[in-house]
Every structure is written in C-alpha cells, then in structure tokens.
Design a protein around this ligand. Structure first.
Ligand SMILES: [Zn+2]
Length: 326
C-alpha cells in the first residue's frame, strides 16, 4: 500500500519504477523457484529497477527483418544434448553463456556441462559467451570480485577452446547494478540481462550494450510469456527478441523448457521471417547495418567505431571480430 501512495502525483518515470516494483504489470524478479533464486531486499529490488532504466550508453541499431536469438545460461548438459539437437534440426546457431566453475558439476539441481559438451558446442559453431566463472550475483559481490570472476572464466574457456574470442556476456540471475554493468560492458560487446516488463522485452532502434533485454523461456514462470505474440511483435516492429533458458528436457526444471517449446519458438520466428543467430552475431549486424546507412555511432567507453563496424586491419578490430556463429 505504501507503494500505491508514492505513485500519486509523481513524474512518469517514478510511477513506472513503482509499478515495476509493485508487480502490477511485470514479471517479478522473485518469479523464480527458491532453489536458484538469490533473494533480494526491497531496496535492492528498487535499485535494480532504477538501474534498468539508466542507460550507460546507446548504440543505434537496425535489423530490418527483426531478429531472434536463443541463449542458454550456465549451461546444463541437456541444453546441448537436447537443445543442440533442436537447433541442428532447425539449422540455427545459439549462444551458450558459460560459467566455467559449473563444469562437470551437479549444481542448481541440474547436471551441468562437461568439457566434452563444451567442445561439441564450440565445434558446432554456436557462440560461447561469458557468465562469470563462479556464477556470481552482482548483488552479493563487489565489482572488483565480479571482474576477477569474469577474467577467470575467460582464462578457463580460452585455455580449453583455442581460438575462442568471446564478445557476449550475460549477468547471472539477471542481476545488473550500474557498477557491474560498467565493468562487464568494458570487456564485452554486449551484456544481456532479463526483461521484467513485457513492454521492454524487445531490443530495437537504440540499444544499451550494457543491458540487452531477454525473455525467459521458463517452465516455472507464474505468468508465462506469450512467445508467439512477442515474435509477431518483433517481426512487425523490427525488434530483436532474445530468449533465455537453461535445461531442455521433456520434464524441464522451472528455469528450462521442453524441446517442443524451443522448436515452436524457432519455427514461429522462421515463419515470421526473423533473422535468427547468436547474440554476438546479431549485435554486430545491427550496429553495422546502422553504420552502413551513414549514421554516426555514439561514443561508448571501451570500444572504437572500427571495432563496432568490424572492419579488418587493426588489432582493436581483431579483438572484436565475430567468427561465424561463435
Ligand atoms: Zn545463470
């Protein structure tokens, strides 16, 4: 009730934040089963909603057909063994946001990937993204600890996958306060969070590389997203829909999906004419398309225009070059 009182007579942005926190139209962050949830205090939740609305920088963005990216977080073994089979049948490449510290473990109620899975995902030319080594919540670790875990993950993955150049990052639990966004987005071309509001589910026109939005393809959501409507919206408004999930199983965890649900989402996107590809590929394509039309790129810390354009020839560009499908 206190939140309702605050809502009266305040500017639109204050009302929107209050609305988010009071769950009137959004999927709440605690719409997560306790086994995987990091419980946030009220102040952390308010801070999280504020942070989501503060852009660190903008990139103008253009994907003329609209786009879909599929992403798997952590990643559970079934994301490759069953999810990878669906992707192969549909001829689609995805992004696997990987936490090295989960390798070979049974964690968060699921059997996680092992080195053979990691190698197979890489050889199948899916994108390997970073998800911190220790699967850290940004609300429970300082920016310095977070950065150290990102670097440890980079070392772990690059040591095992020669030639890997990671350019995509996803925040574990979707927790993305400003200090951690600043830290991660200096290291990666894009950093993905989780949309809590249906009206901000699509990435379009201008995107903040420090906080791309994704929609959970999760079995356990109390209010399931209407994926078919989101895909239709992406096609109509030329937006970029990023789906995030974990395990893929006939009886998935609350954070996973069935093979049929994954297949249906891809099938609908293909029928709607969306471009489909890994997050890193779509991020670079969207910014490059816009640049090719002659628009000036806004400046952003950590990367030059040449890096974003992906032109060849200098060392900075080579660091950010997108390998096909990776
Ligand atoms: Zn995760």
């Amino acid at each position: 009730m206190a939140l309702t009182r605050v809502n009266r007579g305040h500017p639109e942005w204050v009302e929107a934040i209050v609305s988010d926190v009071s769950h009137s139209k959004c999927v709440p962050q605690d719409d997560m089963p306790p086994a995987r949830n990091v419980t946030l205090s009220l102040m952390e939740r308010i801070g999280g909603q504020l942070s989501r609305r503060v852009p660190l920088w903008w990139r103008s963005f253009d994907l003329p057909n609209g786009a879909l990216s599929v992403s798997f977080d952590d990643f559970p073994k079934s994301a490759w063994q069953m999810g990878g089979a669906v992707l192969a049948q549909r001829g689609v490449k995805a992004t696997y946001y990987t936490s090295g510290g989960l390798c070979g473990r049974h964690a968060m109620g699921l059997r996680q990937f092992d080195l053979d899975d990691l190698q197979a995902v890489y050889e199948a030319e899916h994108e390997i993204g970073c998800h911190t080594y220790g699967h850290l919540s940004a609300y429970r670790h300082s920016a310095a600890e977070y950065a150290a875990s990102i670097k440890a993950n980079k070392r772990f993955l690059e040591d095992r996958l020669p030639g890997l150049t990671m350019q995509s990052f996803a925040y574990p639990y979707g927790h993305a306060p400003l200090a951690h966004r600043r830290c991660a987005s200096r290291l990666y071309l894009s950093c993905r969070g989780v949309a809590t509001c249906a009206d901000r589910a699509l990435n379009r026109r201008t995107v903040d590389p420090s906080l791309l939005m994704s929609v959970g393809l999760w079995a356990g959501q109390r209010r399931k997203r209407d994926i078919s409507s989101l895909i239709a919206d992406a096609a109509e408004r030329k937006g970029w829909l990023i789906l995030s999930t974990h395990d893929v199983h006939d009886r998935p965890s609350p954070y996973g999906c069935t093979p049929a649900e994954l297949d249906q989402a891809i099938s609908l996107a293909q029928a709607a004419g969306l471009d489909i590809g890994p997050v890193g590929t779509m991020m670079l394509r969207g910014t490059t398309n816009h640049t090719a039309k002659g628009s000036a790129l806004p400046k952003s810390p950590g990367r030059s225009e040449a890096e974003v354009r992906g032109s060849s020839g200098d060392s900075a560009t080579r660091r950010c070059r997108v390998l096909p499908g990776r």
